[in-house]
Design a protein around this ligand. Structure first.
Ligand code: NAD
Length: 475
């Protein structure tokens, strides 16, 4: 269903999009596809509602967001089933995603009445200067398929808290859980037009949305190449943008590291959600003296991961579709053709003829001439490379166009601080692989993004600054 103003539309005038279960390959649901006219209606609804929502009391917006969090939590079980069926991830991961999305709604409900202005000491006698922030306008919220609900909530919650209205376009691969999320917002009492939902592919519906003249800001998570297209489109109307894009996240393991912890963290961050996470570890640099031992322990830990349909709650479900699986195979083939050794996995697991399953794969003897060391595989592949020094690892870790997250394991505090300072990434995890937390800002450097999400500062991304100068001494 799509939501335009306060009307749910069962059918779109452009036909339907079929949704496939990646564990069974069955098409089990469908959503209507928006036409250009429906995109236009949704944007106009957001523009009409902006006048009153942007002037509503922050307290009202805050209460609404916390009611929405309650609605979402109440529906965790049934939405988790849908999320697992459309995306493939294990049920416990789907529940975790919903819990985190409710957490984002709650966090930003507490941010709605944060100060939006400041007084300045006068620089001329008889004047007052103050700076005040205003909601930017209707926002296009465009989210990807890997964490469809959470990444939509990360944008919608601060946008609504700031007083903006939204038109949401989820990925056409995973529109179902986001639709239920929007139902929770409606159930919580959002006024008509404040939240709108349309479905369709990025190349037509997404493009029509970002081009629409009433859209003042684009809040996007997705591939770096799509981000570049959106930047070019945004240039036409000097629209504001927040871009959370692709990554190629390094893990550096020093010889003095707690190897067990590094392996535990590394295996989790390489293979969680089948490696289909922006902050997945894509390449591992290990000091040569502990390389063999690290690879042995890594393989041993990987072999204990269970694989199966997400509804059965294994460690790993299927990949999202055949295209994603083919990319993984091509990256492995490229690495092997250039001398890499597959030390674990590398194929479709036995007994999984249906569904887009793939074994978690560990590659040894890799180097930077291989595609998997340069481009995001977005799949369950862990290439492990030996380095002669940590300076070499640092140089390689900073050598790509991406700069999202980097991880380091070491017991040397001085080294940890030096690497944290010198790694050119928006987030650095030392002796941990904890992912995006709503309390802390999350931002990609270089081609991994523009602007940031999360933390109370994320509100600023939905506000415009105005300087008001008052001359009160009239003489
Ligand atoms: P994608 O760029 O293909 O699509 C993302 C969204 O953009 C979808 O809703 C899609 O329909 C839409 N879209 C595509 N082309 C468009 C266009 N021309 N105009 C408007 N909308 C358009 O990305 P994906 O395959 O869904 O997601 C995977 C990518 O997302 C990976 O690169 C991953 O690293 C990245 N990602 C980044 C973060 C982060 O926080 N940095 C988080 C999750 C995923």
């Amino acid at each position: 269903m799509m939501l335009i103003r306060d009307r749910w539309l069962e059918g779109g005038t452009e036909g339907i999009i079929k949704i496939q279960d990646p564990a069974t390959e069955e098409f089990f649901a469908e959503v209507p596809k928006a036409s250009e006219r429906e995109v236009d209606s949704a944007c106009k609804a957001a523009a009409d509602a902006f006048r009153s929502w942007s002037r509503s009391l922050p307290k009202v917006r805050s209460e609404f967001l916390s009611r929405a969090a309650e609605e979402l939590e109440k529906r965790t079980e049934d939405i988790a089933m849908l999320l697992t069926r459309e995306q493939g991830k294990p049920l416990k991961e789907s529940k975790g995603e919903i819990k985190a999305a409710a957490g984002a709604l709650r966090f930003f409900s507490r941010c709605a009445d944060l100060p939006v202005g400041e007084w300045r000491a006068p620089n001329r006698s008889g004047t007052l200067n103050f700076m005040k922030r205003y909601p930017i306008g209707p926002v296009a919220v465009i989210s990807p398929w890997n964490y469809p609900l959470l990444l939509t909530a990360w944008k919608v919650a601060p946008a609504l808290a700031a007083g903006c209205t939204v038109v949401i376009k989820p990925s056409s691969k995973t529109p179902l859980a986001v639709t239920e999320f929007v139902k929770c917002l409606v159930e919580a009492g959002v006024p008509g037009g404040v939240v709108n939902l349309i479905h369709g592919r990025g190349s037509d519906v997404g493009m029509a949305l970002v081009r629409h003249p009433v859209i003042a800001k684009i809040a996007f998570t997705g591939e770096t190449e799509t981000g570049k297209v959106l930047m070019r489109e945004a240039a036409e109307g000097i629209k504001r943008l927040t871009l959370e894009l692709g990554g190629h996240c390094p893990l550096i393991v020093a010889a003095d590291a707690d190897l067990e912890a590094a392996v535990e963290g590394g295996v989790y961050r390489c293979f969680r959600n089948m490696g289909q996470v922006c902050n997945s570890i894509n390449r591992i640099y290990v000091e040569r003296s502990v390389y063999k031992e690290f690879v042995r322990m890594f393989v041993e830990r990987t072999a204990r991961l269970t694989i199966g349909p997400g509804l059965e709650d294994p460690d790993l479900g299927p990949m999202v579709d055949e295209g994603a699986r083919k990319r993984v195979v091509s990256h492995i083939e490229d690495a092997v053709s250039k001398g890499a050794e597959v030390v674990y996995g590398g194929k479709v697991p036995e007994g999984f003829e249906k569904g887009f399953f793939f074994e978690p794969t560990v590659l040894a003897n890799v180097d930077h001439g291989m595609i998997s060391m340069q481009e995001e595989t977005f799949g369950p592949v862990a290439p492990i490379m030996a380095v002669d020094s940590l300076d070499e690892a640092l140089h390689l870790a900073n050598g790509l166009r991406y700069g999202l997250v980097a991880y380091v394991y070491t017991r040397d505090l001085g080294l940890a601080i030096r690497l944290a300072d010198e790694l050119e990434h928006g987030t650095v995890g030392i002796n941990n692989v904890i992912g995006g937390e709503v309390e802390h800002p999350y931002a990609g450097w270089k081609e991994s993004g523009l602007g940031f999400e999360l933390s109370e500062h994320a509100l600023e991304e939905f506000l415009l600054l105005k300087h008001i100068r008052i001359k009160w001494e009239l003489k």
